[in-house]
Structures are given as structure tokens and as C-alpha cells.
Design a protein around this ligand. Sequence first.
Ligand SMILES: [Mg+2]
Length: 409
Amino acid sequence: MMKFCNFELQLVVLTFWFCNRLKTEYIIFYQQLMKTALFIDRDGTLIVEPPVTYQVDTLDQMTFLPGVLRNLYFIRKNCSFELVMVTNQDGLGTDVYPQKNFDTVQGKMLEILKGEEIQFDQIFIDKSFPEDNLPTRKPGTAMLTSYMDGSYDMTHSYVIGDRLTDVMLAKNLGCKALLITSSVETAEKELKEAGLADSCAKVVTSWNQIAEFLFAGERVATVQRTTKETDIFVQLNLDGTGKCDISSGLGFFDHMLEQIGKHSGCDLTIHVKGDLNVDEHHTIEDTAIALGEALLSALGNKRGIERYGYCLPMDDCLCSVALDFGGRPWLVWEADFQREYVGDMPTEMFLHFFKSLSDSAKMNLNIKAEGTNEHHKIEGIFKALARSIKMAVKRDIYKYELPSTKGTL
Ligand SMILES: [Mg+2]
């Protein structure tokens, strides 16, 4: 058996590390050279698909989905995707769907797009019926083999469509889909049932969301914070839909944290294992720290955000939370509580939670609340915080600037 002296062993480890590093750098460099594409469905995605016939065969039926022209132009100008149209046109060229009718609509659509400086690099049309089971028909990839020869970076390419077959096409191509729909909840349920959830990057309801996703990405952060007192996992998506998965071991605290996710529109997962055998203090304080870190991390470069948020929700109470993601912590707290506990949460920890949150997210928080029902009062504060976050993180890719005159936040 070979024996290494300490120096030789270090040399082997160093060489191994260097080769691995070189390999990673090469993969990144190679990916940058590779092309990326958007495989875009036509009916139901670019233009409205008529019910019953599902055929757009006259000009008066042709209507673009809202925001298609503006956002496709933005994508064309600001992203490096090739635009590839992939469409199934059942029975095209037969008596039930004359070629002439299709050509009239398709020609007009392409003419309008061209007028907006949007041109497709390739257009693929399958004319078969579903029962033909041809490999060229979506979700088959037989028309798209040239994109699967290794010259395209499929991990950064997307299928954009309105049906599960479009998501299946993405799966078959080795990329992900952006599924456009009117109901995110229904679509996500259907994706899950079909086992396609992992092949869909995002379910969207508008072309504004598609352009924002492709240009600026989703603002997500994961924080794992482990000490001898608490073990905390936080996952935050500022561009989510308000989905929550919260468990802190404190029922009332869970209820409050759910207000943040639900009313801010952010997807929020918080799992906490705290030393509740001591008391509630570390669990609440450390959760605020981890959540603040997640907020700061997810905000990233803060370009295009509103930055400020302000809200005044009311039950029997009047609560306001104004915030500024300006990069500095500060807390103004004007809320008195007479009870020692609300649920299983000590009222003295309310101030401590928001102070810790403000410190770790580096944001100003100005919180005021008045009223008599203490459950309503603290719940109003959490809801107002959520709405303020929703206002402040709102991002505009058409005004993608840092909202600061000093040039940093
Ligand atoms: Mg479609």
C-alpha cells in the first residue's frame, strides 16, 4: 500500500481541489458560451384560444393576451434567449382546418409582432391529431432535436405555455416551464397530481410575471440558524403567492408569522426547534433574527423595489407599520400591552421580536398601535407589517434602478 508523507498528501489534496475548481470554472465558462431558448406555445399563450373549437382561424378571433407585445419586446431587448414558437395545430391542412385560414391569422400575428421588433428565430408547427401519436406533436420533441445536441443550455431555457403538455415538453427537453394560467392554485394542484411540479419553474397569471422572472429571477433566500438554544430553518420567496408552512412550537406565534406570509404575498417556511423548556424568549428572538436575515438576503441588490411601505389596517384597533429597506436598522415602538401573555406568547417579546427583525433585516420600522383588544392589536401589527413588506418589495423591471440618491442601500 502506498504511503504519503504529510507534504505529499497536502499536494494531492491541493491538486484534487485545483482540478475540481478548474472543472467548475470550465462548466460555468462553457455554459456562458451556450445558447438559451424560449420555446413558446401559440394558442392560449401568445393569443387567446377560443373555447369549443380551440382553433383561431379567422382574424376577428385573433386577440393577443394582455402584455404579450410589451413584455416579449422587453425580453427580446434585454435577455439573450432565442425565441422559438412550438405549436400543435390539430388537422391543419385538412377540411376541418384549411391551411389558408391558418396562414391568414399566423401572417397577421407575425406582422404585428414584427412591427414591435419581435421576431421568432424558429417556428415549429405540428399538424397531426392527438390520436396519431406522432413524436413531432407536443409534448414530443422530434421537431426540436437540434436544441438537444448540447449546444443549448437547457438549465437556463424555458418552455412558456398554458397546458400541462407544455410542461411535459419542458420535462422532455430537459428544461423547465413557465405555465400561464388564470388560477395558480388550480394549476399547482394539477401539476402535483400529474407529477410535473418539479418541471415547472413558476406558475404565472400574466406576461408581466414572465418577463420579471426571466429578466430578474425570483428573490428567494434560505437561512439555517443553529445555536445551543434554537435550530431554525427559514425559506422565503418574495415573489411567491403567500403560501406558509410555519411551526415554532408556539401556537400564537405561528398564527402571527402566518400573517406575515399570507398578507405580504411572500411564500414563507419557518421551522423552529427552540428551548421552550427554558421559556419562549430564544425561540421568538432567534426566529426574528433568521427571518430578518432571509429578508435581507432575498432582497439582493434591491434594484427596482419600492423600498418603502406603509399601512393602516383596522379592526377595533388602529395599527400602523411604516418601513424602509434602506440598509439601516431602527425601531420606533409605540404599542402598550397590559396582559402578560396573548396565547402562549409573552407580550414583552413583541418589542423584542420587531427589534431583532429590524436589526437583522437592516430596515427601519415605525410601529404604532392603539386599541383595547390585545389579540387584535398585535395581530393588526403583524398584518400591517406584512402589507408594508408587500408594498416595499414590489419590483418594477421597467424601472430597474436603485431607489436611492446615494447609490447604495
Ligand atoms: Mg396552448
